[in-house]
Design a protein around this ligand. Structure first.
Ligand SMILES: *Cc1c(COP(=O)(O)O)cnc(C)c1O
Length: 458
C-alpha cells in the first residue's frame, strides 16, 4: 500500500481559537454592517478571509528574526534579502516596501500617468485601484475560459494573446507603460499562467516595445502548477521554473505576505538600473530609505528565509494539496466551485449556488454572510462589491463571476478544519432556498469600497 500524504512539518506552537453561538454571530454581523472585514478576529472560528500575512512562520524564520540588523542604512538583513531575491528571481535590483500595494504605489508613481493603458490578466483590486487612482485604465485580457467556472483549463490565468495584441496595436506605445501579468491570477480564482503564455506575452511586448511586470504574490504556487501541468517542466525544480518565469519580465512587484510566508512585507524587483534610480526616489518618499523601505531588519531576515521555504517543492505540494482537499470535499457535496482548484483558495460560484438571487443583490456577499452565521467561518466576496463602480460612469460594475473566496492561510489549519468548512457550506447549500433576498449597500467609499462598505439585508 502506498503511504498516504502528510505535511513535511510538525507543529511547535498553537493558538487557541474561539467557538461562538449562532445568536452571537447574528448579533456581531449586524453590528459589523454585514461587512466581514468589520468583524473582530475573536468573533471568527475559522478565518479564510485571506491567505495574506496570515501564514505561520517556521522556527527558522523566528530565529532569523532575532538576528535582524536594525541599522538605518546598509543593514546586513537588507543584503541577505537582496542576495536571496537575486537567487530566486534573477533581478539585480530591488527595493523593499512595507507590502505589495506599496510596491505598486512606488512602481506606478515611476511609470504611470493619466490616460495610460495597462493591459494584463485580471488585475488585483489594489493594483487596479492604484492604476485608476492615477486616471489610467486597466484592460483585462484574460482568456475567456477563465470566466466560466465549469470549464476545465489548466491555466485559466493565461492572457489571450489576440486580446493583448489588439490593445498593443490599437494604442501608441507611449500610452502603455507596462503590461502586468498576475501570477497566479488572484481575481480569476488563484489560477496559474503557463510558461508558454509568459513567453508569448514576452514576445508580444518585445515586438511593440512595452515593458512586462509580474504581480508576483504567488509566483511559487504558479511555478508548482507549471511543474505539475506543463509537461516539459515536470523534472525542473521550483526554483529553476521561477528563474525562467522571471527571465521573461522586466521587473516584479511582490506582496511578501503570500508566497514568502511572512506577516508583513513587499518588494520591487528590477532589471534596469535607470528605472531603479527613478523608483528609489519614490521609495524614499513613501516607504523609507532604499535599504529598508518600510521594513524592519528582522522582517527582512524572516522574509529572506520565507522565500526559501516558500519555493520548496514539498512545502508547496502540501499547501496546494490541502486547498484541493477542501475543493474535493465541496465537489462531493455538489457545491459549485471554480475548477481547476486555485493555488491559495477555493472559489464558490455564488451565481450557481443561489441562482435565485439577482446580481443587484450581491449573491456572493450574501453567501459569505450566511456561511459566517452558520459556522463562524469568515470568507470574502470577490464579486460586484469588490468590482466597484466604473470610475467614469459611476455605475456598478458586474463582473462575469460572483465568487466567495475561501482562502487558506499557509501552514495554519489542519484538514479537520477543512472538514468543518465543507460541512458548514453543505448545510447552507441544502437550505439555500430559505435565503430569499440578498443585501443592499447603505454606505461606500469612492474607491476600494469593499473594505469599508456598509450593507443592509433586504
Ligand atoms: C495581496 C496582493 C497584492 C497586494 O499586496 P498587499 O501586500 O496586500 O498590499 C497585490 N497583488 C496580488 C495578486 C495580491 O494577491
Amino acid at each position: 500500500m502506498n503511504l498516504p500524504f502528510a505535511e513535511p512539518y510538525k507543529i511547535k506552537m498553537v493558538e487557541t481559537i474561539k467557538r461562538s453561538t449562532r445568536e452571537d454571530r447574528e448579533k456581531w454581523i449586524k453590528e459589523a454592517k454585514f461587512n466581514l472585514f468589520n468583524l473582530k478576529s475573536e468573533q471568527v472560528f475559522i478565518d479564510l478571509l485571506t491567505d495574506s500575512g496570515s501564514g505561520a512562520m517556521s522556527d527558522k524564520q523566528w530565529s532569523a528574526l532575532m538576528q535582524g540588523d536594525e541599522s538605518y542604512a546598509g543593514s546586513s538583513s537588507y543584503y541577505a534579502l537582496k542576495k536571496t531575491i537575486k537567487e530566486i528571481t534573477g533581478f539585480d535590483y530591488f527595493l523593499p516596501t512595507h507590502q505589495g500595494r506599496a510596491a505598486e504605489n512606488v512602481l506606478f508613481s515611476t511609470l504611470i500617468t493619466g490616460d495610460d493603458i495597462v493591459p494584463g490578466n485580471t488585475h488585483f483590486d489594489t493594483t487596479k485601484g492604484h492604476i485608476e487612482y492615477r486616471k489610467a485604465t486597466a484592460v483585462d485580457c484574460t482568456i475567456n475560459e477563465a470566466f466560466d467556472t465549469s470549464i476545465y483549463h489548466p491555466f485559466k490565468g493565461n492572457l489571450d494573446p489576440e486580446k493583448l495584441e489588439k490593445v498593443l496595436k490599437d494604442n501608441p506605445a507611449s500610452k502603455i507603460p507596462l503590461i502586468i501579468v498576475t501570477i497566479t491570477c488572484n481575481s480569476s480564482g488563484g489560477q496559474p499562467v503557463s510558461m508558454e503564455n509568459l513567453q508569448n506575452v514576452h514576445q508580444l511586448a518585445k515586438k511593440y516595445g512595452i515593458k512586462v511586470f509580474y504581480d508576483s504574490a504567488r509566483f511559487a504556487e504558479n511555478a508548482y502548477f507549471i511543474k505539475t501541468r506543463e509537461k516539459q517542466y515536470e523534472r525542473k525544480t521550483i526554483r529553476e521554473i521561477a528563474r525562467e518565469m522571471f527571465s521573461y519580465a522586466d521587473g516584479m512587484t511582490m506582496s511578501s505576505k503570500k508566497d514568502a510566508i511572512v506577516n508583513i512585507g513587499g518588494f520591487i524587483g528590477l532589471r534596469d538600473v535607470e528605472l531603479f534610480r527613478k523608483a528609489s526616489t519614490f521609495n524614499i518618499m513613501f516607504e523609507g530609505f532604499i535599504t529598508y523601505g518600510g521594513m524592519s531588519g528582522r522582517d527582512m531576515n524572516a522574509l529572506a528565509q520565507g522565500l526559501k521555504e516558500g519555493t520548496d517543492f514539498e512545502y508547496l505540494e502540501s499547501r496546494i494539496k490541502q486547498v484541493a482537499y477542501l475543493g474535493q470535499r465541496l465537489k462531493k457535496f455538489n457545491i459549485p466551485v471554480q475548477e481547476p482548484f486555485g493555488g491559495h483558495a477555493i472559489f464558490v460560484d455564488a451565481k450557481r449556488f443561489m441562482p435565485h438571487i439577482p446580481k443587484e443583490e450581491f449573491p456572493a456577499q450574501t453567501l459569505a454572510i450566511e456561511l459566517y452565521i452558520a459556522a463562524g467561518i469568515r470568507t470574502v466576496e470577490i464579486g460586484a462589491i469588490m468590482a466597484d463602480r466604473d470610475p467614469v460612469t459611476r455605475h456598478n460594475r458586474y463582473p462575469g463571476l460572483e465568487l466567495v473566496r475561501l482562502a487558506i492561510p499557509r501552514r495554519v489549519y489542519t484538514n479537520n478544519h477543512m472538514d468543518v468548512v465543507a460541512v458548514a457550506l453543505k448545510n447552507v447549500f441544502d437550505k439555500r432556498e430559505n435565503i430569499k433576498r440578498g443585501v443592499k449597500i447603505t454606505k461606500e467609499a469612492p474607491i476600494l469600497r469593499h473594505f469599508t462598505v456598509e450593507l443592509e439585508r433586504l
